[in-house]
Structures are given as C-alpha cells and as structure tokens.
Design a protein around this ligand. Structure first.
Ligand code: ADP
Ligand code: ZN
Length: 737
C-alpha cells in the first residue's frame, strides 16, 4: 500500500526508476512508467503520461514500482511532473477504499478528485457596491429591497446584488448619485478569504450551549469520532455546529460541510457570513471552469478554510482536513447512482476514519442506519429536542381523503382550503407540498382510453402545461400536447389525470383569488441563481401560497410560513421499496417542519387515504421514537440494513431476452455461501428505461459479511458484458427502481 515505508529511502533520489500511475479513466489497474533522468517523483505526485495516442493526467500511486524486467524497455517515460501539491496518502487510501467497496473502477473514483477545471488567467475586476449613507428621500419598493440586502454593510458585487433584489443596475446608480450607496472595485475574488472564527458570537439557549460544548470537545479531540447532531427542525443545528467549525479554524485546519442540494444553500451561505464574516468556498457542478480551478487550488494549498459542497467535494485534495459535517445526513441525494455508486455520508465517515478526524452528522430525522449506530453507542448523540426561541413544533392533523376529500378533479380538501384562506387573511404564508412535477402525471383519451406513454421507457408521459409538452421523466423524450388522439383521432378528447404542482397552482388560484402563488419545481428552475432568488422572494413574503416539490422541503426558513398542506401523503408509500416508510417519514417531517419556525404556531395537514398507517400515526402523534422503534424492528426481522447487507445488480440490454438471459446466467454463477442469498433475476420495477430492458438481482447477506469481496469473486468468473449489455453494481442500494 501507499503508506508502507519507502524501501528506497536511503537512496539519493526519491524516485526509483519506475512508478505506477493511476489515470482517471474506467480502469482499476495502474500503469508503470519510466521516470526520466532528473525527475524526482513520489507517491501522490500529479504527472502527465502518454496513454495510447494521448497525454493524460495521472497520479503516482506507487513510487517504488517494480515492473517485470522484460517490460523495462517497453515502458514509456513520464511526460512531466505537474506543479500542484501531491495527493496525500489519506486521499489515495480513500480512492482505493471506495473503489474496493463499491466495485467501481479506481480510475473513475480518482477522477472525482481531479475535476479541477482550467485556470484561465487573471479576471477582469468587478464593481462592488456598499451602503454608506442615509436612505434616499424617495423610497420605492425596488430601492427598499436593494437597501435591505446591503444593510449588512458588506461589499456586494454590483450585478449580483441587482439580480438578487430584482432591480436594474440603474436603480443602484441612482442611489449612488444620492450618496446612499458607494461603488468601489471588488477585491479580486479571492478563492479563499479569511474566515474569522470570532466574527460574531452566537447567543445560545442553555440547551444549545450544551450541544455546542459537546461539539467543540468533539472537534478538538483530533481523533476519529462520529457525532449525530440530532435536533428537531428549527432547533438551531446549523448555529450549533458552527461552533465546531470555529474550533477547527482556530486550529488552522479545514472543514468540509456537505450539503445534499447545493442550489438550496443560499440562506446557509448568508448565515455563515453573519457568523464568520465571509462566505465559505463552494464546490458544485455549476462552478465556472475558472472558479473550479481556483477553488481546487485553494483547497489543495490549504488556503480554503471552509468548503461547502455537494457530495463530490468529499474527494477534493484537502491539505489538512480537520472536520467533516454532513448536513441532512439522511438525504437520498447523498447517494450517487451513476458512475461510481457511492453514498457520500458513508464515505465521509470512511474518509474521517482514514484521516483520524471527527465527523458530525446532522438531521432531524436520521437515517435508520445512523439512528441504530447512535442507539448502540457507536455514534455520540448530541440532542436538541426543542425549537429555538420557544417556538413550538407544528401540530399535525390528518385529513382522511376517504371521508372528507375534495370533489372529483380537485385536490385540495375543503378543510385544508378553509385553513389556507385563514392564513392568507392573517397575512401568513401557506405551502402546498406535492412531489410531482408538471401538470398531471397521466393523459388519456376520453374517447378510446388511449394513454400517452414514452416510446422507449416503461412510463407515462407527464403533462407539462407550462412548456406545452408531454414529457417522459426518465429520458426527457417529449411531444407537443396534441389536439386530437393519435389513436382514435377524436378531437379535444384528452383529459389530464391526477395532479402535478402546475395543476395545483391552477386550483389554488381559483380557490384564493388575489393570492400570490408560486410554483417551486426543479424543471422550472434554470440555475442555482434563479433558485436562490426565488427562495429569497418567498422568504421576504412576496408570495402567499407556495406550491412545491421536495425542493422546498429542504432547509429554508420562511419566517411567515405557518401552514403546510401535504396533498398526497401516501405518494411515497406502497411502491415495494424497503425504504419507503423511512423516506416518507423523513420527507413529511421535513416539509411540515418548515411551518411555524419564527412566529405563531405551525400546523401541518396530511391528506391521506390511510391515517392509520404507522408513518402517519407517528407524524400525527409527533412520536418519532415510535416510528424508529417499529421501523428498526421491521428491518431486523427482515434482515435489511443495517441488520443485514444488500447489493443490487442491474442488468440491461437493448432487448429483453438478452438482458434476461444474461441475468439468469449470472445468477447461476453466484458462488455458494450460506451467508448469502441471491434473489432474482426479476424484472426491475422500472422495466424499460431509454429503450433498455432491465433485470435485477438482489444480493442479501448477513451484517459484517464482506459483500464487496463476494461480489468481486463472483464477477471474476462472470462472462464479460459484450455488445450493448450492461451490468451495474450497486452496493448498499438506496434506490430499488
Ligand atoms: P435547524 O437547522 O435545526 O432546522 P436552524 O439552524 O436553521 O435550525 O435554526 C432555525 C432558526 O433559528 C434560524 O433562523 C436561526 O438563525 C435561528 N437560531 C437558532 N439558534 C439561534 C440562536 N442561538 N440565536 C439566534 N438565532 C438562532
Ligand atoms: Zn422515456
């Protein structure tokens, strides 16, 4: 391994003549290269090497390589050594570990560490603006919004703040003329600005102070430890874990804060700046190549103290990582389901154990796995059982759709509608939650019953009125909404069946004339910027009724939101997914947790056909323990994670017999082991995606069994996938579709 003592340490040069280099392509093995005279290489160095006809970037994985002597003359030379800090042992071990565990090619895992973009040289200077003088004599709403944003006294980018306030830059120029605002050049957008651990000290409740003290101790332990920061929605988890961040910064080390959905972190970045004086560095897929290059370099050089990122930021080459925080640790978005199938929360714990540093997992509804770890004492539980500022948890009521549902073709029950009207009258906000994009999930012909489905997926086409198209949510295929049925030719015969958020907006507009409604749904949002500005609009109270998919469930404070109506609480249940109950509980808890965070009493309405379901009962009784008790018991009985292990193998091909035939052959070759059960092949619940027929094998083993090793032995004797056959291995699957 890479951490073994260098056998050649007493030789004059660190290089040994040959090195093994791992390249970021879909391969497991390293390649040996000759080290040219005069070049010194050690493990971790970044190099460019010839690979086939190209030159590629790679990383020295072993510096004391000993290729077979007969190969010596055939090996190519390393091209050059790149001028960046070497990848540390810790990261190389992580790459090896993740690859071994997930059975993804090592090169593909390494690739996540090397997405550094390009440095495009110096940038143009940007103009900044800050508040310096008295408010203008004439106040307009636009001016007001602008001044509001600038009231923190900090220098903001001129175009940024115009966009954020929804005003033209002319409004800014006007206020500059009046002496309210001042423009000055922005300091070069430094990748790393100094985070000040003592910029603003939080004033904690006794409960919060207890939790903060526990996390400070954890942070300074300088050892691998896992804490579950277990706090109800609105308890101040963020404020509290900022204390651990401050400790690490004082030690001169780096902090990684993982977020499930980076587009939703606008408010988080502002709160971070209020506590630490500057925004943290971000890492996500929408960074420009230049920012990416700059941030990558700042991380590698140790200049970036705090990084907030999506799951891939776990693989960055931190110079001295001291703490990882996984916010909303239960979130499904942490699982990557293409390329390397890894779970960022689990791999964060792995990285921390390799680096011997602490991890904080934060959630109001921990994953069952994490909850079991906390109950067994493997993770330290740091609890925040009540909301900050004396706010109450929302009260939750069921609306039994069997008895008091809306009339046909409507989706908002009368009791829910009445209460929304009351909220609007009180100038409070209401949120209608429905996890369905578009207008209607199904379109059919009244004349012949024809249903519109995707040509290449096993799925209905979803009506998107806003875009005027019927769209497949699996492959993106779409057609304009036709005027006549393509099957029977009848005109104007198509009917929309079931609700999507766009249809709900139509209903809300009819029910509450004069109310301002807004739909928040990922397909209506074109960029992280627009997302953040729409969330700001809501937070500022410029919307009365918000209609949203799960995007709105996560981590926002809408100060005037006190009512949440869940249109279809049963939606996520009963699809045969072993995690359905857990997911539903987490999602509904989180979305209802948006209510009543700052003033007044929050209330949540669950429209359901099964108010007696354990998930609904636990939510209504606010009895979280009851939910975990029953869910943990059920998992234990069934031998599901964390009491047993699962892996899923998805076999797909362009035609059904090929996929099924290969799946059967594969199943027949599974090594016999009484600790393992291979189930299937069965047609996957989503039997066809993008014209590919899919079969699934589910592999179940006892807890503590080396399932990855078992799979590797199995794959070693499996036939190669040729033609358009594809085999995907998913260890610890989250999705069962
Ligand atoms: P959680 O993440 O647990 O849902 P947050 O950290 O978002 O909770 O806190 C909820 C709200 O309460 C936020 O607006 C936050 O700024 C505020 N808050 C929490 N703790 C404090 C505190 N000690 N002082 C001031 N405001 C606080
Ligand atoms: Zn499709």
């Amino acid at each position: 391994m890479t951490d073994s003592p260098n056998l050649f340490a007493d030789q004059p040069s660190a290089s040994t003549g040959f090195v093994d280099v791992l390249v970021p392509v879909a391969l497991n093995q390293t390649y040996s290269y000759r080290v040219p005279r005069g070049m010194e290489l050690k493990a971790g160095d970044l190099v460019s090497v010839p690979l086939g006809a190209r030159d590629v970037m790679g990383v020295v994985w072993a510096d004391n390589a000993q290729p077979e002597p007969r190969l010596h003359n055939r090996l190519k030379d390393v091209g050059e050594k790149l001028d960046v800090p070497p990848l540390r042992d810790e990261l190389r071990k992580l790459v090896d570990w993740v690859s071994t565990y997930t059975l993804s090619a090592r090169g593909m895992v390494l690739r996540m560490s090397l997405r550094m973009g390009w440095d495009l040289g110096p940038e143009r200077t940007r103009t900044g603006v800050r508040l310096v003088g008295a408010p203008p004599k004439r106040m307009t709403p636009a001016r007001h919004r602008l001044i509001d944003i600038l009231s923190d006294g900090l220098l903001h980018g001129k175009s940024d703040v115009a966009r954020e306030a929804g005003v033209s830059v002319g409004v800014i120029d006007g206020l500059v003329d009046e002496g309210t605002l001042l423009t000055e050049p922005m300091p070069r957008d430094l990748a790393a600005t100094q985070v000040d651990p003592d910029w603003a000290i939080s004033d904690f409740s006794p409960e919060q102070e207890g939790a903060a003290a526990a996390l400070r101790t954890l942070a300074t332990s300088g050892d691998f430890k896992v804490a579950l920061l277990d706090g109800v929605t609105g308890s101040g988890k963020t404020e509290v874990y900022f204390e651990a961040v401050a400790e690490i910064i004082k030690r001169g080390e780096q902090v990684l804060i993982l977020m499930p959905e980076i587009a939703l972190t606008g408010q988080f970045l502002d709160r971070f700046a209020l506590r630490f004086g500057v925004r943290p560095l971000e890492w996500h897929s929408e960074l420009t190549p230049r920012t990416r290059a700059r941030n990558w370099a700042a991380v590698a050089a140790g200049e970036a103290q705090v990084i907030v990122g999506a799951r891939s930021s776990l693989f960055l080459p931190y110079a001295k990582l001291g703490l990882i925080i996984v916010d909303e640790e239960h979130d499904q978005a942490y699982k990557q389901d293409e390329g390397a199938h890894y779970h960022a929360r689990d791999m964060a714990v792995v990285r921390a154990s390799i680096a011997k540093i602490p991890v904080i997992l934060a959630s109001a509804t921990p994953s069952v796995e994490t909850e079991v770890n906390a109950r067994k004492g493997r993770y330290q539980r740091v609890a925040l059982p009540s909301r900050f500022g004396g706010q109450h948890m929302p009260q939750i009521e069921a609306i039994d759709l069997r008895r008091e549902g809306p009339m046909r073709g409507r989706f908002i029950a009368p009791r829910l509608a009445e209460n929304i009207q009351i909220a609007i009258d009180k100038k409070e906000q209401a949120l209608l939650f429905l996890n369905r994009r578009g207008y209607a999930p199904l379109t059919l012909c009244r004349g012949c019953g024809h249903r519109f489905s995707c040509n290449i997926c096993d799925a209905w086409l979803v009506d998107h009125r806003f875009r005027q198209r019927l769209v497949c949510h699996h492959c993106g295929f779409s057609i304009p909404r036709p005027h006549r049925c393509p099957h029977c030719g009848l005109e104007e015969s198509l009917v929309a069946v079931g609700p999507g958020v766009e249809r709900l907006q139509e209903e809300a507009a009819a029910l509450f004339p004069g109310a301002r409604t807004m739909v928040l749904s990922s397909d209506l949002i074109t960029s992280i910027e627009t997302m953040r500005s729409e969330l700001n609009e809501i937070a500022e109270g410029r919307v009365d009724v918000i209609i949203g998919t799960q995007l709105v469930a996560k981590g926002h404070n809408f100060p005037r939101l006190n009512l949440v109506g869940v249109i279809d609480a049963d939606l996520g249940l009963g699809n045969g997914d072993p995690r359905a109950a857990e997911r539903t509980f987490q999602l509904l808890n989180q979305v209802i947790g948006r209510a009543g965070r700052e003033q007044g009493r929050g209330v949540g309405y669950l429209q359901t056909h099964q108010p007696e379901h354990p998930v609904m009962k636990a939510l209504i009784a606010s009895d979280r323990e009851a939910f975990y008790d029953s869910e943990i018991a059920a998992r234990e009985r069934a031998g599901y994670p964390p009491f047993g292990r699962l892996a899923s193998l998805i076999i797909s091909a362009g035609d059904r017999p090929t996929a099924e035939g290969f799946a059967r052959k594969l199943a027949g070759l599974a090594p016999l082991d009484e600790r393992v059960k291979v189930l299937g092949p069965a047609e996957a619940p989503l039997a066809v995606i993008k014209g590919r027929y899919r079969f699934r094998l589910l592999v179940k083993s006892a807890r503590g069994f080396d399932l990855s090793g078992y799979l590797r032995d199995w794959m070693a004797i499996a036939p190669k996938t040729t033609g358009n056959l594809k085999l995907e291995i998913d260890v610890d699957p989250q999705s069962f579709l």
